[in-house]
Structure formats: structure tokens, C-alpha cells
Design a protein around this ligand. Sequence first.
Ligand SMILES: NC(=O)c1ccc[n+]([C@@H]2O[C@H](COP(=O)([O-])OP(=O)(O)OC[C@H]3O[C@@H](n4cnc5c(N)ncnc54)[C@H](O)[C@@H]3O)[C@@H](O)[C@H]2O)c1
Length: 421
Amino acid sequence: MIKAIMIGSGARGIGVYGAYALIHPDEISFIAVADPDPVRRGYFASMHGIELSMQFQDAVTILSHPKMADACFICTQDHHHVEPALQAMKLGYHLFLEKPMAIHPLECIQLGRASIQHNVHFMIGHVLRYTSFFQTIKRLLDEGSIGELMTIQHNENVSFWHHAHSYVRGNWRNEAISSPMLLAKSCHDLDLLIWFVGSHPTSISSFGELSYFTPNHAPSGAPAFCMEGCPIEKTCPYFAPRVYTNAPDWMRLAVSNDLSNESMLSSIQKGPYGRCVFHSDNDVVDHQVLILEFPKGVTASFTMTAFTHENTRTIKLMGSTGEIRGHMEKGIVELYLFGRDEVISIQTNQGSSGHGGGDEGIMKAYIELLNQEPTSGIHQVNGAISAHLTAFAAEISRHEKKTVLYEDYVKQVMDSGRTNS
Ligand SMILES: NC(=O)c1ccc[n+]([C@@H]2O[C@H](COP(=O)([O-])OP(=O)(O)OC[C@H]3O[C@@H](n4cnc5c(N)ncnc54)[C@H](O)[C@@H]3O)[C@@H](O)[C@H]2O)c1
């Protein structure tokens, strides 16, 4: 039985990791919570039976106390991961940190080193590795089902509605308040590619931009907020009153702690989630591609795009003797062997939790990890750090229109640390 503290009782803290503890009270329990939002803090505390003296105002306050549990979950927003993470590890907590682990490359390396220095378990919220869907693909690769891996095509189909919610109106719309979209959204896709190939990439190129969700695409007469009398409200797929009165709870929670339709409508009148998607202060890309070279000539392409009707991941892995195709939302993995007519179709278990079962899978894996030696999860941490560094390198490639060599880039990052210290 693991005792844990929760820092940041928002959508992930309440809805994923907190929810797991409520379903599996024999495996893990949260005994303290920190969040400056009194409603969210109080809700989490009441769900987990946390007494008032164990409810804290924020990360700094809870971490000014001596260690009070085995593990610390940090589920604050992207900008607010590193300081509490370092402090928690210093206090001796095993750490679960939401992705992206940090928004600066050097900090990713520093976090990895701190976990070794303090001899604590450290896991980053790269939930996709823990889905039955991606684990099936990894097993097929490791069994040699498609021979030697040659090429991967991986797509993150963000979908028009999810993109508008999170990356035009929401928390991850603007780099200054969050991080580049590739880092925020797809560090765990890059983690998958690294996991499949068994190595970080050697060379990285990337292209992409914000093309569509911009003022020059606004329909004539579209006001700043949907509820100010938009001429195309009947047909616009982004018309906020329709979107948020029909939205699932995780989307509503971003808008308001009160999930009722009345609260949705009053919050979006002049709030960020009621903005016209063509008149927001978003600056993150709406489509981006990466071309990656790995050791032994393995190549990969990755596309992250708003412009899909489905919100899912689709993947194709091509080897010397066969091909694997997968559709995450459907949970289907297909194996094609060259020279044979039949297709082996595997229906993977999607589970009931988010991210195709990955939200539950990662909690199970983390709890198992805590029963092992702290170094046993190091491959996950190293893969996660490489994935983050790949995202930062891709951003340099995209902005500077050049191919970035991974090893050179990492050396530069390390040298910048030596210069700063
Ligand atoms: N692993 C995944 O698949 C996945 C999916 C979505 C989001 N995320 C990441 O998870 C993190 C949390 O996302 P979310 O959607 O739950 O965000 P959220 O905004 O719903 O929750 C963050 C919470 O942190 C609280 N907070 C702010 N400052 C704090 C402080 N100083 N101390 C303690 N708490 C503080 C906020 O009040 C809020 O309740 C983000 O980094 C996000 O990018 C990961």
C-alpha cells in the first residue's frame, strides 16, 4: 500500500491519478493535497478523506514540511513542474511527474540526475507506453514479427475540436504560458518512437506552422466572442455554446469548476473558451511534421495535426519481412506478412480509463515500480528525457530551417549547463 501526496488537483490529479486511488484503495492512497484553488483542493480532499491539516495552499507550502508519504504526484501546469519536482526528490519522495517534464532542455537532464542523486523512483506521465495497444506493437517488434524494422509512420490526429479546445482557446494555446505544442502534446509520441527503435534519433528535421486558426481566416463579421452574435453560429463547428453544453466533463472542467450548462454559458460569454477560434491569442502550430533518422538506417516520420475528424493515433511500422498497422481508438493492430495473403488482426484491450487504458496502465506500472530498486525505472526516464530533447531539437529545426544532429544538440545543452553553473 503506497501513501502519496498530490500537488495540483486539476483535471489529471482528480480525474486520472486520484480516480485510480479511489478504485484501488488497497494499492495507493492520497493522504495530502496542495492546490491554490480552494474548490479543487476541497473536492480532492473530500473524495480522499484528507483532513484539513493535510490540505495545503500550494507546492511550496506542502514541500516545506518533512516528507509525509512515499510518493509525490506533480500534476501542475507545464511551467510549474521543475522546482517542486527537485524539492520533492530532495525530500526523498518517489516522484510521478506529469509530462512535459520541463520546458527547458537542460532542466530535463537535471531532473534525471536528481533522481539518481537522491536514489528515488522517477516516472514521467508518458501514458502511451502503458496501453495494451502500443505494448502489443512493441511485443510484435521484439518478437521479430516484421523482421528488421526499417520505417515508421506515426500520426497524432489531434482532431479539429480537441485542437480548438486545448491549443486555440485552452491552456496550451500560447508558448509563453505553456510550451511548444510538439513538447506539450507529443513528447509521449516521440517517447514511443524511441521505445520502438530502442534508441534516440541521430538526425531531426521538422516543418510546420500555425496556418488556419488565425484572424485572416475569420468569417466576415465574426465577433471576438461566439456569444456576441456570430453570423455563422449555426454552421460553425467551433461555436462555443454548442461545444461546451455538449462537452464531456474533462473539457468542462477546463472552463469552470461548476460543470453545469448554466455555468458553461456564463463562463464562455467573455472567457477564453468562448473566444472565436480565429480571434484568440494562440500562437502554437496547428500542424507539424518531423522526419527522423535513427541508427542502422531506421527512418520515421511523425505528423501532429489539428485537421482530422478523429481524435486518435494511427501508426504503420514497416519491416524487412512484414508490416504492422494500428488504429489506437479502435484498438486494432494488424500484422501483414509478406508473401502471405492473410492478415493477422489483434483486438487489443482498451480498458475503461483514458488514453486507451494508458492512464490506468501507468498507475499500475508506477505502483509496481515502487516495489523495486530505484534504478529499475531508469530506462523509462532516459527514454522520456531523449523524447523531450528530440522535441526541443525539432523546434530548432523548424524555426531555423535546418537538420539538427541529436548528439551535437545534446552536447550544446550540456555545455550551456556548464557555462551557467
Ligand atoms: N499524461 C498525459 O497524457 C497528459 C494529458 C493532459 C495533460 N497532461 C499534463 O498534466 C499537467 C496538468 O494538466 P491538467 O489538465 O490536469 O491541468 P489543470 O490546469 O486542470 O490542473 C493543474 C492544477 O494545478 C494547480 N496549481 C497551480 N499552481 C499550483 C501550485 N503552485 N501548487 C499546487 N497546485 C497548483 C491548479 O490550481 C490546477 O488545479 C500539465 O502539465 C499537462 O500538460 C498530461
